[in-house]
Write a protein that binds this ligand. Structure first.
Ligand SMILES: [Zn+2]
Length: 434
């Protein structure tokens, strides 16, 4: 055993020196092979297993190597010990529908590597350790995704859809999907919506071509939508992920059947609706220190301006989306009860949709819609990972998965709002800057 350990160490040292020789010293968090032991917490590992009291989580090279009751996990000599006594640990949260890198203050169109990193740090500070960006991703986003499989990571993981495809013809649909495949997107994203009757909607022959071509290329298609009829039509065409709530009507047995037959996931994005009307006045959470820690002060000043608030109050679309939130909440409960897989998502990233904090509020809205804290937590961890095909490495705290987790000061199974009582966030076992 001791010999094996020594051999492993020297192989790791060799790999490290090769890495250092070829690309410089990229690994700064932990020497390869080094072990961290997180002890004393109550661990909700994200599987169906009951919470483990006084648990030990062993982390090696950024991944969980063991997790279980302290009595059953042996901490190797020389391991770095981190006490999490009194804390409740949950898997890092996964946002299945966000956007990254494009917004500064209340303005879009500022995509840059710095903004990508800024956004990923912000998500992580709130315990959102993975974000699936469903569109507007550029080279810096792909580069961030391609460089994150390292034990040194200390920001949220990113997966990308590339541009939101808006082809005008069937030929263009196929060409754009081919380009998506060449740039190695994680999913294809389209919109099938008329923005409350104000813009033309993508025609069925176009989205059918997108979906068909994507499947030929081995890619899945996420669809932005609003209407129940469109949800049925895109599912009929083979869509793989419903990226927003159905908001015009109550979901019915026909839709439930279509979702369940192909195990299609549904992403509620309730906070997206909230963002369309909530600034008609100053939201209570504008005085929450947890929110203020990362919110842009200038944006808040703008959102507090009475003239701007008045404009939102008088906006027809704002008031329709407000009603849409109620429909969406009822639909979420109905779909969850029917056993449709729910992937937590918010559509954060665009202006006034605050990354990180909004995800925590989304969990509360899901609970308010009638889901149990356990269901809500599952939708934001294991189920979101499964829905986005990330469950091989993310979503639960089990051996060989990345050690992404959140230590809380209170148990979220008692009250989901306790996800806001963040003590520390870890990505690949590294503490994230709060
Ligand atoms: Zn979106």
């Amino acid at each position: 055993m001791k010999l094996l350990y020594t051999v492993t160490l020297s192989v790791a040292a060799l790999v490290a020196s090769l890495l250092a020789a070829s690309t410089g010293p990229v690994v700064r968090a932990q020497a390869p092979g080094a072990v961290k032991a997180f002890t004393g917490a109550r661990v909700i590992d994200g599987t169906d297993r009951a919470p483990i009291d006084n648990a030990t989580i062993l982390v090696r090279d950024g991944r969980v190597s063991a997790v279980g009751p302290a009595a059953s996990v042996t901490v190797p000599a020389g391991a770095e010990r981190v006490s999490l006594a009194g804390k409740t640990v949950i898997p890092g949260l996964i946002n299945a529908h966000g956007h990254v890198g494009n917004t500064v203050g209340l303005e879009q169109g500022h995509y840059s590597a710095d903004n990508v990193q800024h956004d990923l740090r912000t998500y992580a500070a709130y315990g959102i350790t993975t974000v699936f960006s469903l569109g507007d991703d550029q080279a810096a986003g792909f580069a961030a995704r391609d460089s994150q499989r390292t034990p040194a990571l200390d920001r949220a993981r990113l997966f990308v859809a590339g541009p939101v495809l808006a082809p005008k013809t069937v030929d263009e649909a196929r060409t754009l999907v081919d380009k998506d495949a060449e740039m190695k997107v994680d999913i294809v994203k389209i919109r099938v919506d008329d923005n409350l009757g104000t813009t033309p909607k993508m025609a069925p022959e176009i989205y059918k071509a997108v979906i068909d071509q994507a499947h030929k290329k081995g890619l899945r298609v996420a669809v932005h939508l609003y209407y129940l009829d469109d949800a049925k039509a895109v599912l009929d065409a083979g869509a793989d992920f419903i990226a927003h709530s159905v908001r015009d009507a109550a979901v019915d047995e026909a839709l439930i059947g279509m979702l369940k037959r192909r195990n299609i996931c549904y992403c509620p994005t309730l906070m997206r609706e909230v963002s369309t009307f909530v600034y008609e006045s100053t939201p209570a959470w504008f005085s929450d220190p947890l929110f203020l820690k990362h919110a842009d002060a200038k944006s808040l000043e703008t959102l507090k301006q009475p003239a701007r608030q008045e404009q939102m109050k008088n906006s027809k679309s704002a008031q329709r989306y407000k009603a849409g939130l109620e429909v969406a909440s009822r639909n979420l409960k109905k779909l969850s009860d029917a056993g449709v897989p729910i992937a937590m998502g918010t559509d954060t990233g665009p202006p006034a949709r605050f990354q990180g904090y909004f995800e925590l509020m989304e969990l509360e809205l899901m609970a308010k819609a009638g889901l149990t804290p356990k269901q809500v937590l599952a939708s934001a961890t294991r189920d979101a990972a499964r829905c986005m095909k990330l469950d091989g490495e993310l979503g639960t705290l089990e051996a060989n998965k990345w050690a992404d987790f959140v230590a809380l000061d209170a148990d979220p199974l008692a009250n989901i709002a306790n996800v806001k009582k963040i003590s520390a966030v870890y990505v690949a076992g590294n503490m994230v800057k709060p």
